[in-house]
Design a binder for this molecule. Structure first.
Ligand SMILES: [Zn+2]
Ligand SMILES: [Zn+2]
Length: 306
């Protein structure tokens, strides 16, 4: 008789969209945790994979268990491994509930785990790295919910001063003239769980380099389930793709039963080959692995020919 097999450990989804890695796990109802290491942020933390600990910020989209249950563990492990107090950014409406959850752990553990909860109002933002901001964008779900955009702010010389010599510019600046303007470059936008709404058409989503979007339902007959649960259906993605200029749209939060091959076919039929070529499924290990191997081969080839 064959020996019984050891359990299969869950794999991480991974995509390299230079210079950013987008990695983590996201399965509807089970867990969502998507990390962009280069931007110091994890979006949601349904469970806490080890890699998440390296990010000093967790941006929580909403309070459903599959998006937040790993948070106390994240706070606790950050302290245990001495990497500093973890910070959680969330909708202001749920900040108190998160503090209450942490207070529950004090009663259980008889010790207080250092943590920071930063409740944001809609459109409020905080600086998470030098000139890099995390902005909260309110979305509609069955509970209070935020999407997020990570935005780089660059100051640029106003066009009317572009031709002036350095010396003249220094003079103007010294005399109090505002010679620069601030440009906002949305790097990554994250929908969280939500239904289709005007917020997804905002500049932060339209112009982001990478959009990470939930897409819980694919089948035609699941449209009503999507609208009851206030989730996105692949048809909604079809409407958003022409608006989202992103170099990569990464779909997350599909159900465990979803077959990746069928999903891709579905998408192709819906939006055509060109639009579909920008879309990735975070949990499609096989396709993403092949993509990574191609990236690796191309880079090796380029390095050799130099
Ligand atoms: Zn969810
Ligand atoms: Zn939810």
């Amino acid at each position: 008789m064959l020996p019984k097999e050891p359990p299969k450990v869950g794999q991480m989804g991974f995509l390299y969209i230079p210079p950013y890695r987008v990695q983590g796990i996201s399965i509807a109802g089970e867990q969502t945790c998507v990390q962009v290491p280069e931007l110091d942020v994890v979006f949601d933390i349904g469970l806490c994979p080890r890699i998440a600990l390296a990010s000093p910020y967790v941006a929580i989209s909403h309070g459903h268990m599959d998006h937040i249950a790993g948070l106390p563990y994240y706070f606790s492990q950050r302290m245990f491994q001495k990497i500093g107090v973890g910070k959680c950014v969330c909708h202001a409406a749920i900040a108190r509930a998160i503090e209450n959850m942490m207070a529950g752990w004090v009663a259980l553990e008889q010790q207080r785990t250092p943590h920071e909860v930063i409740g944001l109002e809609p459109d409020e933002q905080i600086e998470i790295k030098n000139n890099i901001f995390l902005r909260a964008i309110e979305v509609r779900h069955t509970v209070p919910a935020m999407g997020y955009a990570v935005i780089e702010k660059r100051s640029k010389l106003k066009p009317e001063f572009a031709d002036l010599p350095q010396e003249k510019l220094r003079e103007l600046k010294a005399s109090g003239v505002e010679i620069t303007r601030t440009m906002e470059i949305p790097l990554v936008a994250y929908t969280g769980d939500c239904e289709l709404g005007p917020y997804l058409f905002r500049d932060e989503f339209a112009n982001a380099k990478i959009v990470i979007s939930e897409c819980t339902f694919l089948e035609d007959e699941h449209r009503s389930r999507a609208s009851i649960g206030k989730h996105l259906h692949i048809d909604d993605i079809g409407r958003l793709l022409p608006v989202w200029q992103a170099e990569a749209v990464i779909l997350i939060h599909l159900s465990r039963r979803t077959n990746m091959g069928t999903s891709r076919e579905h998408l192709l039929k819906l939006v055509g080959e060109e639009a579909a070529s920008r879309v990735h499924f975070l949990m499609d290990y096989r396709t993403n692995r092949q993509r990574y191997e191609r990236q690796l081969a191309e880079a090796t080839c380029a390095a050799k020919s130099r």
